[in-house]
Design a protein around this ligand. Structure first.
Ligand SMILES: NC(=O)c1ccc[n+]([C@@H]2O[C@H](COP(=O)([O-])OP(=O)(O)OC[C@H]3O[C@@H](n4cnc5c(N)ncnc54)[C@H](OP(=O)(O)O)[C@@H]3O)[C@@H](O)[C@H]2O)c1
Length: 213
């Protein structure tokens, strides 16, 4: 599929690279230097190129939103109309110094985003794992026991999101409608706590298992 990357930093740069290696057509956009976008596209070694947010979004079947919460307005002002598009957001509604969620409990970043673009099909995914684990998960994708990745959102966008999640090497776990992001976003902070403050390093993913007697 064609995937447009809005925000080509730790998350967008790595996920876009993996999408390209998995065979998707990727446009990297929104970094502070065009050279960086070009380098990402070259190093991805697939069908990847650098572009503007508008170029990334308008041709895309899936748009990955991977910017800081405070940059969302700015990037969305550059994409043009996103009606009907599947927007996969990994963005968490963090304050400027990334210490607190600024939306939680009675709403979520993903729901606020959907209110801003009611005609788009917003799915929250990739919020709950650190960027440091993504290449490792991709490299281990042929192993039988894949890590889980929760996602939630607009029903009609979930097929596209689940395909991308699977292509990265995760086992997609459909957690329900977008309001479930009220639970997945704080869970992402738990995973970040374990990744960055726990022992063993940030290359951390998780797996849900059912045990039936
Ligand atoms: N990092 C993680 O492990 C992780 C995990 C889960 C969720 N998230 C969420 O995912 C989102 C992205 O996080 P990230 O860690 O990937 O952030 P990041 O590395 O800072 O990437 C953000 C991207 O936005 C670009 N950008 C920032 N200001 C800009 C400006 N004024 N003009 C143009 N481009 C600009 C950056 O450009 P440059 O490339 O030039 O810096 C970068 O490409 C955040 O909402 C975060 O909460 C992150």
């Amino acid at each position: 599929m064609r995937a447009g990357i809005l925000g080509s930093g730790l998350m967008g740069g790595k996920l876009g690279t993996i999408f390209a290696r998995a065979g998707h057509e990727v446009v990297f956009s929104y970094a502070r230097s065009e050279q960086k976008l070009k380098r990402l596209a070259r190093d991805a070694k697939g069908k990847a190129r650098a572009g503007t947010p508008r170029e990334a979004a308008q041709e895309a079947e899936a748009v990955l939103l991977a910017v800081h919460w405070l940059r969302i307005e700015d990037v969305l002002n550059q994409t043009g109309d996103l009606s009907g598009k599947v927007i996969v957001t990994c963005s968490l509604p963090m304050n400027e110094d990334n210490t607190e969620l600024v939306v939680a409990h009675i709403s979520s970043g993903a729901e606020e985003l959907a209110k801003r673009m009611p005609q788009a099909r917003v799915v929250a995914a990739f919020q709950t794992v650190p960027s440091e684990v993504l290449f490792g998960v991709y490299e281990a994708r042929r192993k039988a026991r894949r890590p889980s990745l929760v996602y939630c959102g607009e029903e009609s966008g979930k097929g596209v999101a689940a395909e991308l999640i699977r292509d990265v090497g995760f086992d997609p776990v459909d957690a329900g409608p977008l309001r479930i992001a009220r639970y997945t976003e704080p869970f992402a902070l738990l995973v970040a706590q374990l990744a960055y403050e726990g022992e063993g390093g940030p290359e951390l993913a998780y797996r849900f298992e059912r045990f039936r007697g």
